[in-house]
Write a protein that binds this ligand. Structure first.
Ligand code: FES
Length: 321
């Protein structure tokens, strides 16, 4: 976590059976830094005595409220304990260290916006909807959930403009016809989507089929199914600039795994290239980017890389570690 802010949990509320909302304020009472729709913060969770867990959550409150930040946390039953800690241990009044906002899902306020949110993927979309409405843009929100009880922030969104919102809960409405819903897209439309991997994959496939129409797609992923083969490749050497230590990364291990093998602790979270926690500055060498965080422009610059999944095209990488 590059720059840490010391916050306190001002409010903890239940948003649905599986989601709690946290309202955070700075401990010193100052105003928070500004943030843009799509931004997330990283929470440092004292889950164990030895090593904190880092977890990322989208800011989903009002941008104009500089004294309070809001996040919503889904309890991941198969997770590694971060969301369970927030649900079961963290209480109002507790201290919580968080990062300054980062944004890998920027909203460009395009004239025509089509938002597609799946489940908890609504969180980065809420401020985008508010920004689109405030700017007088032509927008529509498609909000999908498995169960009607899983919808959160629905009342706030409907107060923005309920006529521009379509909801679909598959437990009561059946299978959703995504292609049918996207048929009216044109070249001026940008689709912003956050949700489970099958939803994002369906959008990507449909966009490719409709390449002649030319609508754009901007995605925020919170998980991917990683094929172990995708983490493998040619072996190479990583040199750590600060210690001068060189470590061989084998064909079947990641840089992160090689560092851990050598007893070097590096901050990480998702370990599948989606969260950005392990982003590391590249001093020299050519990375082979395999993450879902960096934009095409950032990949070309080769200034940073996600060491949990990305590898090297050169024989050696020198990293700022
Ligand atoms: S740990 Fe999440 S991108 Fe590497």
């Amino acid at each position: 976590m590059q720059q840490t802010l010391q916050t306190r949990v001002l409010k903890k509320t239940r948003l649905s059976e599986r989601v709690v909302g946290l309202t955070l304020g700075l401990q010193n009472g100052d105003a928070f830094p500004v943030w843009e729709p799509g931004a997330h913060i990283e929470l440092e969770l004292a889950v164990s005595q030895t090593e904190p867990l880092y977890r990322q959550y989208s800011l989903c409150g009002q941008q104009a409220n500089t004294r309070e930040w809001q996040i919503a946390v889904l309890k991941e039953e198969a997770g590694r304990g971060g969301s369970a800690y927030i649900h079961e241990v963290l209480q109002e009044g507790d201290a919580l260290a968080v990062s300054i906002p980062k944004n890998h899902f920027p909203f460009a306020a395009n004239t025509k916006c089509f938002f597609v949110a799946g489940g908890i993927g609504i969180t980065p979309i809420v401020p985008m909807v508010q920004a689109a409405a405030a700017a007088g843009l032509d927008w529509h929100l498609l909000y999908l959930a498995r169960n009607a009880a899983d919808f959160i922030f629905l009342q706030e969104l409907q107060e923005v403009d309920g006529a521009r919102i379509t909801t679909h809960a598959s437990n009561q409405d059946g299978l959703f016809d995504l292609q049918g819903a996207l048929q009216a897209l044109d070249a001026q439309t940008v689709v912003y989507s956050c949700g489970p991997q099958p939803l994002l994959a369906a959008l990507e496939n449909y966009q490719q089929e409709q390449a002649d129409i030319g609508w754009q797609l901007v995605l925020e992923r919170f998980s991917v199914e990683t094929d172990p083969a995708m983490l493998q490749g040619k072996g190479f050497t990583v040199t750590l600039q600060k210690s001068g230590k060189s470590i061989a990364v084998a064909e079947d291990e990641t840089i992160l795994a090689a560092l851990k093998r050598e007893g070097i602790r590096v901050k990480c979270s998702c370990q599948n290239g989606t969260c950005g926690t392990c982003e590391t500055v590249v001093i020299s060498g050519l990375p082979e980017h395999r993450d879902f965080v960096l934009s095409p422009e950032e990949r070309q610059l080769n200034e940073t890389m996600m060491i949990c999944v990305s590898r090297a095209l050169s024989a050696e990488l020198v990293l700022d570690l």
